[in-house]
Write a protein that binds this ligand. Structure first.
Ligand SMILES: N[C@@H](CCC(=O)N[C@@H](CS)C(=O)NCC(=O)O)C(=O)O
Length: 213
């Protein structure tokens, strides 16, 4: 198994957590987003979308999209499960994961910020403001779900880690990397702290990866 990853990639961070939880340690290939290596033909041959991460395992095309990869890992390595046992629970965990990974994270990736700069002249301060806005909106809606819904437990859904925690942690850390704080989201912050008590989460943190400042 081989993962294409980069320290600053939040989507790769999600997959690193999943791999750690499953006790898997694939070979890592580092693709430097800051040097544009994800746009080079060698990486586009792996993932035509030019986004990290990608996972190669066995036969078939590389696996892409962090949430799809996490679900693949969960199906192929069922213990510990990353999804609740019941359909309603799975829908809730997936929804929280998508608010974070889809609706929030997707709006602050390098290609989006690069387009804002190139097409609309948005400087770094403006880009950071943009990131705080969209990540903050995502975190705020997750906080509302966590506080209103009795399904929230020690973690985002019940008392065991699910893909919801993995996704929410990735976006909360992304917010911090943009200089944001989590004080406005106390329930979420408490769950993030609990997650980072687990080695699978703490070892996967972007700032602990090779190449991180
Ligand atoms: N929805 C995708 C997002 C993938 C993604 O945007 N990856 C970022 C790094 S976190 C990337 O490679 N960005 C390159 C760019 O924006 O140019 C996933 O969850 O895998």
């Amino acid at each position: 198994m081989k993962i294409f990853t980069f320290w600053r990639s939040l989507a790769s961070f999600r997959v690193r957590i999943g791999l750690n939880l499953k006790g898997l340690a694939p070979e890592q290939v580092f693709v430097d987003l800051f040097k544009g290596q994800h746009c080079a033909p060698a990486y586009l041959a792996i993932n035509p979308q030019g986004l990290l991460p990608a996972l190669i395992e066995g036969e078939g095309p590389p696996l892409v999209q962090s949430l799809a990869i996490l679900e693949y890992l969960d199906e192929t390595h069922p213990s510990p499960p990353l999804l609740p046992a019941d359909p309603r629970g799975r829908a809730r965990a997936r929804a929280l994961a998508q608010i974070a990974a889809g609706d929030a994270h997707s709006l602050v990736t390098p290609r989006v910020r690069g387009y804002l700069a190139a097409e609309f002249g948005v400087d770094e301060t403006g880009q950071t403001k943009w990131a705080h806005h969209w990540l903050g909106l995502g975190l705020q809606s997750i906080e509302e779900h966590l506080t209103r819904e009795s399904e929230t437990g020690l973690y985002c859904h019940g008392d065991t880690v699910t893909i919801a925690d993995i996704s929410v942690v990735s976006v909360a850390v992304g917010h911090q990397l943009f200089g944001g704080a989590l004080d406005a989201y106390p329930r979420l912050a408490e769950i993030i702290d609990r997650c980072f008590q687990l080695e699978a989460f703490s070892a996967a943190h972007p700032l602990k990866q090779p190449g991180a400042p």
